[in-house]
Design a protein around this ligand. Structure first.
Ligand code: UFG
Length: 328
């Protein structure tokens, strides 16, 4: 039996594929390579195409013995989603609708869905728990929440069991350096700071230093991408064992400010990294920290690389050896 991974050539998808294969799972990837990288797939069975291509989905489900789906394929930039909501609803919500419809038609009844902390919007408390209000402040978070809701209704109507994983700030890279993070353009804090360490940027802009936090900069919960990957495997196991749907936060439960991240990058890289204060970025909550006690209790998830030093060390290992990212 195989697992279909949509968006398996992307950052979190490709690390999950690596982890699944290390656990002995047979993996098939579907990716349109708009954002993903062929080189991130290593030697995985691969279909190039779009989620909205019903004929391609039929072919994949008819010719492979697929038991479950892990669904990453999506547009995932908060700022871009505010500028292009039509594109985000089209790719994320309509794309997922096609996938779920075809899963139901082909009798595939397990899915692990890549969701986000952006479903919460401005948190009412930290650490955030799964039952807290979900009021997204951008189309990206709204599309992910819409898909979570469709999955909940599909459980009742068709018996499709789902685990939705709400990631906090994914970071780091494969500790063995085989794959890593490569977005164009890059918008995430840690790769941007490491680009400055490599001399590819003059400095790092700190988006706001007047937030109600100790040093005035935003606090986030950074989680190693391989710890996220491991949670997907555990989620599949839970679906196999319990046949019960659920929603889980994935974070370390510890927050670091933008300034703390930059300082840790300076220590790890031993490079001079210049920073300057810039205006706040629209829509940034001051503090986002996960409570992942539900994932720990119900999935048996224990992050293996919980320190910011380890996360940044693995990211630096990748970026310093691949300063221009993937070739393909
Ligand atoms: N930041 C800077 N300068 C930069 C880049 C980022 O100061 O050049 C700050 C941001 O303002 C924010 C923090 O660094 O305070 C982290 O920013 P990222 O862009 O790395 O991550 P976000 O917290 O904005 O977004 C992440 C995921 C999204 C997800 C969101 C949930 O990347 O996919 O968390 O809130 F939706």
């Amino acid at each position: 039996m195989a697992v279909l991974v949509t968006g398996g050539a992307g950052y979190i998808g490709s690390h999950t594929v690596l982890h699944l294969k290390a656990q002995g799972e047979e993996v098939i990837v579907l990716d349109n390579l708009e954002k993903g990288h062929r080189d991130a797939l290593l030697d995985t069975t691969f279909y190039k195409g779009d989620l909205r291509d019903d004929l391609l989905l039929d072919e994949i489900f008819n010719t492979n013995n697929i038991d479950a789906v892990i669904h990453f394929a999506a547009n995932s930039l908060v700022g871009e989603s505010v500028e292009k909501p039509l594109e985000y609803y089209e790719n994320n919500v309509i794309g997922s609708h096609h996938l779920i419809k075809k899963m139901v038609e082909h009798g595939i009844n397990k899915i692990v869905f890549s969701s986000t902390a952006a479903t919460y919007g401005n948190p009412t408390r930290v650490p955030i728990q799964e039952e807290d209000p979900t009021i997204p402040t951008n189309p990206y978070g709204d599309t992910k929440l819409a898909i979570e809701k469709l999955l909940q209704w599909a459980d009742g109507a068709y018996g499709l069991k789902s685990v939705c994983l709400r990631y906090f700030n994914a970071a780091g890279a494969d500790p063995e350096g085989r794959i890593g993070e490569d977005h164009t353009p890059e918008s995430h804090l840690i790769p941007i700071v490491l680009q400055a360490a490599l001399g590819q940027r003059d400095n790092v802009s700190i988006f706001g230093d007047d937030y109600p936090t100790e040093d005035g900069t935003c606090i986030r919960d950074y989680i190693h991408v391989l710890d996220l990957a491991a949670a997907h495997y555990l989620a599949l196991r839970k679906l196999n064992n319990t046949r019960k749907s659920g929603i889980y936060n994935l974070g370390n439960g510890t927050g670091f400010s933008v300034k703390q991240v930059i300082d840790t990058c300076r220590r790890v890289t031993e490079k001079t990294i210049a920073s300057k204060t810039a205006p706040r970025r629209a829509g940034d909550p001051a503090v986002l920290i996960a409570s992942s006690s539900k994932a720990r209790a119900e999935l048996g998830w224990i992050p293996k690389y919980p320190t910011l030093e380890e996360i940044i060390t693995h990211a630096w290992n990748w970026h310093s050896k691949h300063p221009d990212g993937y070739n393909d």
